[in-house]
Design a protein around this ligand. Structure first.
Ligand code: AHR
Length: 511
């Protein structure tokens, strides 16, 4: 009798634990499109992002390249389905004069990259190189223009140079430099971090500057509709968003930016690979704060723009740690572990679930800088765990967001808690449903019961990214230590039952 009682008690406890992770998928209630542009990337003239990362120069005989751009990088980014690429900064953007990066390379003036290591920038990678590279990648360019140390004239001439197909002073120079057809660049940032490296401005001052610049941003081409993005808030600076939305006429404002980086703390960021569970927990807490940020900035935007015409553009996000020992502190080179895969998984779920308002985002940065998807060393290239998450999640690009109700267990660490499971779901154009699930719990697997409402599915398949330890990462010696595998932990009956190992990212496909 006692044995039976104990068995029933254990069973009840197990059921209770399992019951806590529940997801209801409303497969018939989707209405919002997840813009592919929330899967965007960022490339700054910083450390080895451009030079050595994307670009090795046309005369490089050791590394296969197409007009100087690494072929291995092009192939990897195309496979990941990179939808857009922001350039040339970051802080660098507000020091950059685009005219210095056109024409014969030997005649281009040099400059000092004052933000990033004080190195000499020879301007060998400029507007043509970037925009042609975007064509090779199949990615839309997002140009961040100089407001901090530039002029309205310089800005408008750049637009004319890249977007005007008729006869004009700037299109004439473009054609002389070898490009007949305009590129029709749509996304334009009006400065970067105006509250910091972009000029240390108060938002009350920046809105007037923005109004002035945006007024003269003529849409030179009829084919492109210029999309103007205002330099946005630093994290939780809600006043910044309030003033942008209130004081900029909405007919010259298409996007409002937001920047948020994740780490333990700014004054003590710690190593990218040598971290303990406390540091992991703190970093994930900081990453999950993105949900509150996006919710609260959106709430402010809703007050001024209930029709959600203006996009929230999270054009810098990702993990930021100490640089790798022995590397230039100004180059922001860091490794990328399963912790970064967790950051990417939860953040992309947040963006998907807020896709009504978040319509562009850019991970910082694509190659060799911060939470990179690719690391290079001379002719070698490796894909990071973050790359794999981005590639697995690309099934959501331009899908219809399917609403979910999620009830999750807590991930507990020393009396503190975070939600263990994060999720989002979409239906693609062929009618296939994808559910992305992340278990951030460092020690415990999580079982989830998923109720599938509003449609009938006959099959489930999936892929998983996990590894033996949270610190696992790919190296030039062992490039495939962390890579996606086929997922076998899902069973479909009346409900879908899924078991997520500790610190894992899973993407399911339901047909
Ligand atoms: O991504 C690195 C830097 O972080 C960017 O240049 C700047 O915009 C931000 O502060």
């Amino acid at each position: 009798m006692k044995k039976l009682f104990t068995t029933v008690l254990v069973l009840a406890l197990v059921l209770q634990v399992n019951a806590q992770n529940q997801l209801i998928l409303h497969a018939d209630l989707g209405k919002t499109k997840i813009s592919k542009h929330i899967y965007g990337h960022f490339s700054e003239h910083l450390g080895k992002c451009i030079y050595g990362g994307f670009y090795v120069g046309e005369n490089n005989t050791k590394i296969a390249n197409s007009k100087g751009v690494r072929k291995d990088v092009i192939e990897a980014l195309k496979k990941m389905k990179i939808p857009n690429l922001r350039w040339p900064g970051g802080c660098f953007a507000d020091t950059y004069h685009w005219e210095d990066g056109i024409g014969p390379v030997s005649q281009r003036p040099k400059m000092i990259n004052t933000n990033w290591g004080g190195v000499t920038e020879d301007n060998s990678f400029g507007t043509h190189d970037f925009l042609n590279m975007c064509e090779l990648l199949g990615a839309e360019p997002y140009l961040a223009a100089n407001v901090g140390s530039g002029t309205v004239q310089e800005f408008t001439q750049w637009i004319q140079y890249v977007n005007f197909d008729g006869e004009s002073p700037m299109s004439k120079v473009r054609i002389e430099n070898g490009r007949e057809k305009a590129w029709n660049v749509k996304f334009w940032g009006v400065g970067n971090e105006a509250w910091g490296c972009g000029g240390n401005m108060r938002v009350e001052h920046y809105v007037d500057i923005y109004r002035q610049y945006a007024t003269f941003m003529t849409d030179w081409s009829n084919a492109s509709q210029i999309f103007r993005i205002a330099s946005g808030a630093n994290g939780a600076d809600y006043h910044w968003t309030e003033v942008l939305m209130r004081d900029i006429p909405h007919d010259i404002l298409d996007g409002v930016a937001l920047h948020h980086y994740s780490n333990v703390q700014w004054s003590n960021k710690g190593s990218s690979t040598d971290f303990n569970e406390g540091q992991y927990f703190a970093t994930l807490k900081s990453a999950l704060f993105m949900d509150e940020l996006v919710t609260r900035h959106s709430t402010i935007m809703d007050r001024y723009d209930p029709a959600k015409k203006i996009a929230l553009v999270v054009d810098e996000w990702g993990g930021w740690y100490d640089v790798e020992p022995g590397t230039n502190p100004g180059f922001l080179y860091q490794q990328n572990t399963m912790r970064d895969a967790m950051i990417a998984g939860v953040t992309l779920n947040i963006f998907n679930n807020h896709s009504e308002r978040v319509r562009i985002a850019n991970l910082a940065q694509t190659i060799n800088v911060l939470q990179a998807v690719i690391l290079t060393k001379d002719e070698k290239m490796i894909l990071t765990p973050t790359y794999h998450v981005m590639e697995m999640y690309n099934v959501h690009q331009d899908g219809i967001l399917l609403p979910i109700d999620l009830k999750t267990n807590n991930y507990q660490f020393e009396g503190k808690t975070l939600p263990a499971v994060s999720a989002s779901a979409s239906r693609d154009q062929s009618g296939t449903t994808h559910i992305s699930l992340v278990n951030i719990d460092a020690k415990n697997a999580q079982e989830i019961s998923i109720q599938l409402q509003g449609t009938k599915y006959n099959s489930v398949t999936g892929r998983i990214l996990t590894s033996a330890t949270l610190q696992d990462h790919n190296t030039f010696e062992n490039p495939s230590k962390v890579k996606p595998e086929t997922f076998k932990g899902a069973t479909l009956a009346s409900d879908l039952k899924v078991t997520l190992p500790p610190f894992s990212v899973v993407v399911l496909e339901l047909k």
